[in-house]
Design a protein around this ligand. Structure first.
Ligand SMILES: [Zn+2]
Length: 245
């Protein structure tokens, strides 16, 4: 999970949210509850929150990834418009821009109707996940003093499920390989006995750095996991120092 920045509310929502909301509230009053609205009618009342303009702006803000698990569409089902506070409990927030999150089908399904108002979880638009989580090997864990909200978020969204630990393990193998390549390139550089050799070998370190840094780019899947690996990776910092010389 990485920090996301909410984009400006789309015009379609500014123009229509009040009427969409009041139609939904009217139906709740008519039928005596959200769950009692006939299925087809409920779908007609709700369909607007999935408007393409809303999806486009929302998905752009998460760089086309799930806001919770950082997978891309196709890996965990399509990205969907998810209501942070569930619309079944808080129908008055069904068309609230600040209540929307782009989430994959797996996270959306895992979170289901969890009441985030009574039992808050991390919303990456409002909270920097780096303040809440860290990784221990291929598992995400809550930082000290953040156990309550951190562990609840991990449990509610299933952030340590096998479907996420497996790709993290694959990425970790690649990261260890790149880290070893950096170490070897630094040794080569240090043993260079001419300026030309030093220059060429420094270029190799720079290329190796570019390869490893791509994985931590925010638009890449699991970029939060890769970024933290680099922050803790001694050969990476040594290589940055060498190319900065
Ligand atoms: Zn997800």
């Amino acid at each position: 999970m990485i920090k996301l920045n909410r984009k400006a509310k789309p015009a379609i929502l500014i123009d229509n949210e009040e009427s969409w909301k009041s139609n939904l509230i009217d139906a709740i009053t008519t039928y005596g509850g959200y769950s009692r609205i006939p299925k087809e009618q409920k779908e007609r009342l709700l369909v607007h929150y999935r408007h393409q303009d809303i999806k486009n702006i929302l998905f752009q803000s998460s760089l086309q990834k799930c806001a919770f698990c950082e997978t891309k569409p196709g890996e965990s089902g399509n990205i969907e418009v998810e209501h942070f506070a569930p619309k079944s409990i808080y129908p008055e927030m069904a068309f609230n821009w600040e209540n929307f999150l782009p989430a994959c089908r797996k996270c959306n399904g895992s979170k289901e109707d969890h009441d985030t108002v009574i039992e808050p979880i991390v919303n990456p638009y409002d909270t920097d996940p780096e303040d809440i989580f860290h990784y221990t090997d291929i598992r995400i864990a809550a930082n000290d003093n953040q156990e309550c909200i951190g562990e609840r978020t991990i449990r509610v969204c299933g952030l340590n499920s096998v479907r996420l630990m497996k790709p993290r393990a694959d990425i970790l193998v690649s990261l260890h390989g790149f880290s070893q390549a950096l170490e070897d390139a630094i040794k080569d550089y240090e043993s260079a006995d001419t300026d030309i050799k030093k220059r060429n070998r420094k270029r190799k370190i720079r290329e190796a750095l570019e390869t490893i840094e791509v994985l931590a780019n925010p638009s890449e899947k699991f970029s939060g996991f890769c970024k933290e690996y680099l922050q803790k990776c001694a050969p990476y910092h040594e290589a940055k120092r060498v190319v900065g010389e």
